[in-house]
Design a protein around this ligand. Sequence first.
Ligand code: PFF
Length: 463
Amino acid sequence: MSDNNSNSTIERSSFTNKIGFVLAAAGSAVGLGNLWRFPYCVAKYGGGMFLLIYVILGLTFGFSLMVAEIAIGRKTRLSAIGAFDKLKPGYSFIGVIASLVPIIITPYYCVIGGWVLKFLWSYITMPTNIVASTNEAGLTIFEQLITAPAEPLVWFLIFMCFNILIIAIGVEKGIEKFSKILMPILVALILIVAIYSCTLPNAIKGIQYYLIPRSEEFSINTILSAMSQLFYSLSLAMGIMITYGSYMKKDCNIETSVWQIEIFDTVIAFLAGLAIIPAVFSCGTPDDLKAGPSLMFIILPRLFNTMEAGRIIAIIFFFLVFFAALTSSISLYETCVSIFQDRFKQKRIPSIVFTLLICIVIGSLASLGYGPLSMITFFGMQFLDLFDFISNSILMPIVAFLTCIFIGYIIKPKVLIEEVESSNGNFRLKGLFTIVIKYIAPVLILIILVASILQNMGIIPTI
Ligand code: PFF
């Protein structure tokens, strides 16, 4: 769904029905963020405490920001840059910063997509015990992959080819239709794997770690990581929901749609956590909790190795994850293309090529960052972690902060409340919306952002 026509408010196509909007937005929201990023963030940043903070932020920040972005889009019928400008001339810079986020995320998202493809291929060609085993040097398949001189780059490029091919022959819509069949199968499969994982020996410790918040796990970093994960997972603070809102019909209820998208997205992330965290306690070591981006790729092979029909389940599982990653990366890619089209008044083909070049440069750095380029680090972060940190922990909170200030104090919440009520009759949570957007969100985001930057630079101790 590209925004080729962002300056026209007349000829804008709309989602044909209400559920169409929710499905499209949920399709963009559900992806590697739920399946790969959420479980490793929970494991790394405090288990039950992370989960609790995530849910609280989802009910307040996530809800308010998503309502705001969709309402901005629907009111202006424009994508981010034009939308802010139309609401108040001179404020398009918020949209410009928001547009940087997908440009940074798309390349490294495709690198992870490449990792998923590698695992799919490994299960097609090798039995489960081989995929789960280590080599003579004690390295898992995953570690061998990311430290290899060229292999991660090759898988990244193969994943990119899928994207380009689908975009070039213009069958994104077909892929979206296909994903409506495959998504429910993915949910069912995660549910099965989660139930299995919870019945493993020692899994109960993992379930407790996942579900019971412990005060000693609370830190500024827990809130920052939960907040950035929330934005990432719900595709917020990057202009995307504004674009989706711009295609939404006037009779569609924004408040209800937001709850549906949020619940769907959170349930999938929760199940992915339930599949992986108990398995860490059963098939892994406590150190694995801190594994970060590699968690899914280290734990799942061990889990599949303990299953009767592990290989076939693994093949179906990684195929579905690949598909979820592909639909998300296509919508990310299309977003970048439409940003270049709108911003630099380029035609579609040059914009596709330009996006591709950026993806190849940033993606190559990200894919080789754990191997040949591992000597280059920034504050102890490899390239992929650095890109993730810049987009999720710096740019997205800044965009969210500016959006709140813009709505709370420049255009005033009333303008968006009226937009929500134009289809809804009554915006039930408008009180919560106003308080979060005007006071709670900006203050909290500012404190967390400053504290986290000072902490990462070693100026104040870790709280
Ligand atoms: N929200 C997606 C995920 O959780 O994987 C990431 C994403 C996909 C962001 C598509 C933006 C987007 F347009």
